[in-house]
Design a protein around this ligand. Sequence first.
Ligand SMILES: Cc1ncc(COP(=O)(O)O)c(C=O)c1O
Length: 343
Amino acid sequence: MTIDLRSDTVTRPSAAMLAAMTSAPVGDDVYGEDPTVAELEAEVAGRLGQEAGLFTVTGSLANLLGVRALVAPGSEVLCEAGAHIARAELGAHAAVSGITTRTWSAPGGQIDLDQIRALIAPDLGPYFVTTAAVSIENTHNFGGGTVQSKAAYDALADELDAAGLPLHLDGARLWNASVATGVPLPELAGRAKAVSVCLSKGLGAPVGSVLAGSAELIRDARVWRKRLGAGWRQAGVLAAAGLYAVRNNVDRLAEDHTNARAVAEVLADAVPGSVKPEQVETNIVVVDLSGTGKSVARVVDEAKAEGVLVGGVGATMLRLVTHLDVSAADCRQGAEVIARLVR
Ligand SMILES: Cc1ncc(COP(=O)(O)O)c(C=O)c1O
């Protein structure tokens, strides 16, 4: 049996989720006639404390539409250096929307108000790029599934309100942040002008994300989604999986967090200092192999030969992600294999 700890995107729809998909009422969503899509969009927006939602095929598309709605071509969005929008969306915000990025750098991808304040560039006429928005990621993927605290989020939102700048929130795993902290979703998302959340990561749906924001922002994003060729028709079969996911698979994320902490403990025992278990807040464990003399690529290959799939992040970091298709026992077994290989 393979134990797949590469990502929380590798899950397969459960029998109950598939049943929900096959019985969903559907219609042509480009005509606005798919009731299941409409239900998903309204429910997710409501859960986030936002007015309206738009179902998209990916988190990358939800981010593209959300940032584009806030930032005009030729202006910039500020984000952390490891942000998904900066590193892993293949330059989409520049290539498609004409937007540039400047970054701050902080451990775990955290909000750093002093750095953000120093980066914000008001309109200086024909000399410098104007800052049009700030984007944060919660949880921060490449930072190791780290949570942005509510206090830091509130302080940033206050600062941006005063500066008249909108906040974009990449909340692909915002569900994890809420479950890990006990802070309700609207308190983590309600003050952002555009929020993306994913249904196909920890929640286990096969496809889909939702962009949420004001009704006006979502109207604009709906036009751009179609313009980019991503309007879809009887998408209710997919939205049904998303509805099932948000109704059934959020609270259980706590198990993934417990499993991730256990994985980190096994690896910290094997290679002290490679990971700090107490800093593993959600379902992502990033392990630093630089002190071991082992190459990430080699460990990934050797683990695969033993039926354990893990991923590399850069030259020295190994990433293990827990999710609903790996049990506590699978996680422990996978961690023990990796521990043996890196010790
Ligand atoms: C933080 C974050 N944002 C956005 C995305 C993009 O999601 P998708 O793969 O659905 O485009 C990911 C994917 O891993 C992510 O981790």
